[in-house]
Design a protein around this ligand. Sequence first.
Ligand SMILES: *Cc1c(COP(=O)(O)O)cnc(C)c1O
Length: 223
Amino acid sequence: MSIVENYKKILTSIPDTVKLVVVTKTQSIDNIMQVYSAGGRFFGENKVQELLSKQPQLPDDIEWHLIGHLQTNKVKYIAPFISFIHSIDSLKLLKEVNKQAQKSNRVIYCLLQVYIAKEDTKFGLDFEEAEHLLASEDLKELTNITIAGLMGMATNTNDRQQIAGEFQSLNRFFEKLKSITSHNIHFTTLSMGMSSDYLIAIENGSNLIRVGSSIFGERKFNP
Ligand SMILES: *Cc1c(COP(=O)(O)O)cnc(C)c1O
């Protein structure tokens, strides 16, 4: 099947309430434009450098999502255009995002990346650290960010029960945090699920999936 066929097939297989973010890492501008021409407007990259080289070559009405680890010193490069950052893992990073967003007179949606996998290679906060961050007094002063929810990645395993259990635990945490009311905390987005596990993620409460290889085919290298 073609890229466009894959994209449309996934769109029709998920509820309208679930947002499909197309993960374009390692993909050419031409491949990305195929999805754009089919109506795709939500795109995700995991590396700042790659995002910065592609963004100017693509249409302005794309909503860009940074889904990979973000270093504080790189925030300034993406703040003028990024819509969502899925990988917030410290208050320090959040403060920098706020500062740079302010310079561009923008509000950036931020998701806390929470560690749910039984692997120690993944970045993120544990539940306690996430709650601690949300309770921070310093957060109140940040006017140019909105904490819009959580992002998590399940263990890379064939054990569907384990994957479902990890997604469930993040969903329960998300539901609990929804009750927080603050000017810059509005829990609306639960980012869980990629090519191998997005259906399990949706069954367990995800409303944003990040899909690359099921649309474009297997990547030649996996960064
Ligand atoms: C690469 C990547 C994805 C998409 O992975 P696929 O298996 O190609 O769908 C999703 N989320 C993050 C954080 C990624 O780095």
